[in-house]
Write a protein of this length. Structure first.
Length: 247
């Protein structure tokens, strides 16, 4: 879906912390005791790149980076208050994901997405996710589905605000949580990658129009969860098809 790890101890299965070799007590010592200053946290470049990547993804989903436009790494770096290097690294990742393309000596052009490409991605997502969800309808108990209710409710709440980037995150979180019940982490990762690609906006579609579709998409999550919880295979199948068709 970079942050620095905790310093001074390791986690245990029970959630308690135990001292590691750097901080463990070694018993009484003679002589003066000197206070050792805690190490200053260091923000590594990987963390910066991850933050920039998240910001760029949000800007793409929100339409702040327009399809067809070329953006330079130095200009984007100035916008985000970082050097050009982590921006280039983040943009290379976005190029791998098919969101932008490299323009030599200029920067990166945001890909123009057409209706056909988005329809193809929706079809692939349905082929990947639908069989798994239908199988889970038969095998997962209702209490497990109930635990996902807050995620479905969050998608509705965020959709009501019109926050495109926030909705994209909550939408993927809901789908990932459903698929995670299969226990197949590779499947979850693959589906999330496809889902993210499907969220890049289509050229020529106004952001206000997309925002108007958010709530209709979000309420489908709640209806789908109701069908999954009830073990309604036929109902879940119809909802899943409709959900991806409108993606």
């Amino acid at each position: 879906m970079d942050g620095p790890g905790a310093v001074g101890g390791r986690g245990t299965p029970s959630g308690r912390r135990v001292p590691d070799a750097r901080t463990a007590s070694v018993g009484p010592v003679s002589g003066p005791v000197f206070a050792v200053a805690a190490p200053r946290p260091v923000i590594q470049r990987l963390s910066v790149r991850g933050q920039v990547l998240d910001a760029l993804r949000a800007a793409l989903v929100a339409g702040d980076l327009a399809p067809g436009e070329v953006y330079s790494a130095p200009a984007l770096g100035e916008r985000f208050g970082v050097s050009a290097t982590p921006v280039r690294e983040a943009m290379q990742q976005l190029a791998n994901e098919g969101a932008v393309e490299v323009v030599p000596n200029r920067g990166f052009r945001v890909i123009r997405r057409g209706a056909r490409e988005l329809a193809e991605l929706a079809e692939i997502r349905a082929l990947v996710e639908m069989p798994v969800m239908l199988r889970l309808t038969r095998t997962v108990a209702a209490p497990c589905w109930a635990e996902l209710r807050p995620l479905a409710d969050t998608t509705v709440a965020v959709a009501a605000t019109g926050d495109l980037a926030g909705y994209a995150e909550s939408d993927r979180a809901f789908h990932a949580a459903v698929l995670a019940l299969s226990g197949n982490r590779q499947l979850v990762q693959l589906a999330d990658d496809l889902h993210r690609r499907a969220q890049w906006p289509m050229a020529g579609v106004a952001a206000r129009r997309v925002r108007g579709d958010l709530l209709a998409d979000a309420v489908q999550h709640t209806a789908l969860l109701d069908a999954l919880s009830a073990g309604d295979v036929a109902g879940a199948q119809a909802l899943i098809r409709g959900h991806f068709a409108g993606a």
